[in-house]
Design a protein around this ligand. Structure first.
Ligand code: NAG
Ligand code: NAG
Length: 246
């Protein structure tokens, strides 16, 4: 009873995060005509003249202008403002993503190919890990509220919310188009002949069927995190299937 009650409360608070897409009142988001004009404008003053409305200078992460800036999974979502969704960024060299992670929400391992990231916990706290490159040790931390860390450009990193309450991080980038690439999803998206040798070695084999199995079970980002957190917070993950069973 009590746990059902708790789960329903958590579900309610998690839904507070759901960003509402605001359409029709934004003429700049994903507007290729405007983007081309901003990119070719000779000066910053010329760029400003292309955006005559003061409201075009504000980006609302809870009401983003277009759907494709939202990455949503079972554990929460991230909302990005890059130069396509928020053309005001053009010429300014920066961009931002806000992560809204529910209880045990897990932002799966990924890299940003074109920028370092500064990441601050503004609500709740986050367990973080990154590895700079081959040969570097991995760095593990827990960010308390208002603490920040840096994920260097190209470094594989992940963060997750170890609490049973909602958490929010803000990520700043030194690029208008930092890009993002999820590690596991990318690797398993390779053709089978390129994936199997990565996992199979010597007497252990990893055949095409296994590659398909892994592809099928990979969660959408933002995923649900580790089992001890899910148990602590009373969250059901879909029943696990051992690989031998599939
Ligand atoms: C896109 O931007 C151009 C140039 O600023 C503007 O004239 C046009 O109305 C915008 N398009 C939409 C769909 O809002
Ligand atoms: C592979 O298995 C064979 C037979 O069990 C064994 O002799 C051999 O040492 C194994 N090779 C490796 C690299 O584990």
């Amino acid at each position: 009873m009590i746990s059902t009650f708790l789960v329903s409360i958590l579900a309610t608070t998690a839904s507070d995060f759901n960003p509402v897409v605001r359409r029709n009142d934004d003429s700049t988001a994903n507007n290729q005509t405007l983007i081309s004009q901003l990119i070719t404008a000779a000066t910053a003053v010329d760029r400003q003249a292309l955006m005559p409305d003061d409201a075009q200078y504000v980006y609302d992460f809870q009401h983003p202008p277009v759907e494709d800036v939202i990455t949503k999974g079972l554990g929460g979502m991230t909302v990005k403002a890059d130069r396509k969704a928020f053309p005001l960024l053009i010429g300014n060299g920066v961009s931002m993503t806000v992560g809204f992670l529910g209880p045990c929400g897990f932002n799966t391992p990924h890299v940003h190919p074109r920028s370092a990231e500064i990441n601050i916990a503004v609500q709740g706290h986050f367990a973080t890990e990154y590895t700079l490159e081959n040969g570097a040790r991995s760095i593990l931390n827990t960010l308390e509220q208002y603490q920040m860390t840096v994920f260097p450009q190209g470094a594989l990193h992940a963060e997750w919310n170890p609490d049973c309450t909602n958490a929010v991080f803000v990520a700043g980038f030194a690029s208008e188009d930092p890009g993002v690439q999820q590690a596991a999803q990318t690797l398993l998206g390779f053709s089978e002949e390129f994936v199997s040798p990565v996992f199979g070695s010597n007497n252990i084999t990893f055949d095409g069927k296994d590659v398909d199995t892994f592809r099928a079970i990979l969660p959408k980002n933002v995923a649900l995190g580790i089992d001890t957190c899910l148990a602590k917070c009373g969250i059901q993950k879909s029943a696990k299937q051992a690989l031998v069973e599939v």
